[in-house]
Design a protein around this ligand. Structure first.
Ligand SMILES: *Cc1c(COP(=O)(O)O)cnc(C)c1O
Length: 481
């Protein structure tokens, strides 16, 4: 497709209003006025409408196709939550209003308060901040809380421990917050090596960051022991809640021994994700950490009036402006209320069932990283296909040509040629079967005619890119030649 600038036909115009015949009472100060004409292309209205409509049709989304991007939980985003978040009573509220007059913002404050109560019940935590604006932001907030906790106890600790299957945001959040990272290898059974873990634990460890089920889709049956060992040396247990979809209504991080966690509302609670975001990453803590939570916090006073409270002298302060991504919180709140306890439990059951269905139907054709019952996602390796010169990347490109978003590839890092499939609970058996058939077809092509796979995509506007060059020398700015 051409850039809109390349469609420029000097002199061509869309609709224009007549000249303004009312003199401006408050003209813009000269220093803010443009000195030269903006270099905009000349186009008709129809040119512009077609250009952007056609561009929008190049988008890939959950609304158009199956999107099994492992660890990202690309479930369907129900539209009723959009309708609720668009209600004028919410959208027309000025963000400063709750600070100026909480009386005029009782409904919105109640949403924040009640949402926090629901998250507490779902996770077994004592309190939440709803401010963090993404999962990674939640992690950083969490590590800052961990630092505040140790500092308050007069304890100087240097390390955060993560397994080698951890999401990249775990070690990077720890490092940004000033900790050094110790990485524990995964054993032959697919679980964090417990002996290595024990060796690394001492009173210099501030926290252990884990996701459970982990990024291999496996639930660690020794999680309680892992938490006890950390607590014995005075370290805190951080739960990366990105994989909470597998546990809803079944188990609670708070009961498994975790002290704090984040939740990705845009994963577990069905709010839009990625380019369709924004997201939100509320952080929950147990009693040990409540006093350090960010301000402001929403409280319910004895007369049942909701208010913002700032009087927490040990708080780490603000981590985001205002109250977090309120619209996202509202959608997740509506989603949780609509599903209820039984509905949320069904989410976990069907998410796990769907992943195991994909795993069991595909394991004859692709090597499994660890052959065990999985939770919400299954991780294959394209190692068998690589023998014929077909890599995980080629499989991903071929799937794009067939109208599928590829699974996550080359992650977790410990699986060579990883293909990480997370179907989520929102897909029908028919959708799963159609995807599985394509995956089986690719496995066949890899053996019989690998060039058909390695040449893909053939039907996309952009084919294979020099990815290194695209990252190192990005061409982002159009210049008139
Ligand atoms: C998605 C994800 C994150 C980061 O969440 P964002 O909202 O994308 O910042 C962290 N850990 C795991 C396991 C994830 O899947």
């Amino acid at each position: 497709m051409k850039l809109i600038f390349e469609l420029d036909k000097p002199g061509r115009r869309g609709f224009s209003y007549g000249a303004n015949d009312v003199s401006a009472t408050n003209p813009l100060p000269k220093k803010y006025c443009r000195l030269n004409q903006a270099q905009l292309p000349c186009l008709s209205e129809l040119d512009v409408v077609r250009h952007f409509t056609n561009l929008s049709r190049l988008n890939f989304s959950v609304d158009t196709n199956f999107y099994p991007l492992g660890s990202c939980t690309m479930k369907y985003n129900p539209k009723f939550t959009e309708a609720i978040a668009a209600l004028e009573g919410f959208t027309q509220l000025h963000p400063l209003l709750p600070q100026l007059s909480s009386k005029l913002a009782q409904g919105s404050l109640e949403v924040l308060y009640e949402f926090e109560q629901l998250l507490k019940e779902i996770t077994g935590m004592s309190a939440f901040t709803l401010q963090p604006l993404a999962g990674a932001h939640g992690e950083l907030t969490g590590v800052m809380l961990i630092a505040a906790y140790h500092k308050n106890r007069g304890s100087r600790r240097k390390y955060v421990v993560v397994p080698d299957s951890s999401h990249g945001t775990n070690p990077s959040s720890a490092a940004i917050a000033g900790y050094q990272v110790k990485v524990i290898p995964t054993g032959a059974d697919g679980y964090m090596d417990l002996e290595q873990y024990k060796k690394q634990l001492d009173n210099e460890v501030a926290a252990v960051m884990l996701t459970c089920p982990d990024t291999l889709g496996l639930f660690n049956p020794r999680i309680k022991e892992i938490a006890d060992l950390a607590h014995n040396v005075g370290a805190l247990m951080y739960y990366d809640g990105a994989n909470l979809n597998a546990m809803l209504g079944k188990a609670r991080p708070g009961d498994l021994g975790f002290d704090l966690m984040h939740i990705n509302l845009h994963k577990t609670f069905g709010t839009p994700h990625g380019g369709g975001g924004p997201g939100a990453g509320p952080v929950g803590v147990n009693e040990k950490l409540v006093e350090f939570l960010p301000i402001s916090r929403v409280i319910r006073k004895e007369d049942a009036v909701f208010a913002l409270e700032y009087n927490y002298p040990k708080s780490i302060g603000y981590v985001a402006p205002f109250y977090g991504n309120f619209g996202v919180i509202l959608k997740a709140y509506a989603y949780i209320l609509a599903l209820g306890k039984d509905g949320l439990t069904r989410v976990a059951e069907v998410a796990v069932l769907n992943a195991n269905y994909c795993q069991s139907r595909l394991k004859e054709y692709y090597d499994l990283a660890f052959d065990k019952t999985c939770m919400h996602e299954c991780v294959f390796s394209a190692s068998r296909q690589v023998k014929h010169g077909v890599h995980a990347l080629d499989i991903a490109k071929y799937l794009i040509d067939q109208g599928y978003h590829p699974p996550t590839i080359y992650f977790p890092l410990i699986v060579q040629e990883a293909l990480m499939i997370e179907p989520t609970e929102t897909e029908s058996k028919e959708s799963l079967d159609a995807f599985i058939e394509i995956m089986i077809k690719i496995a066949g092509l890899a053996e019989e005619n690998p060039a058909l796979v390695t040449r893909a995509p053939l039907n996309m506007p952009v084919k294979r890119l020099d990815e290194v060059r695209a990252a190192r020398q990005p061409d982002l700015c159009w210049k008139k030649s």
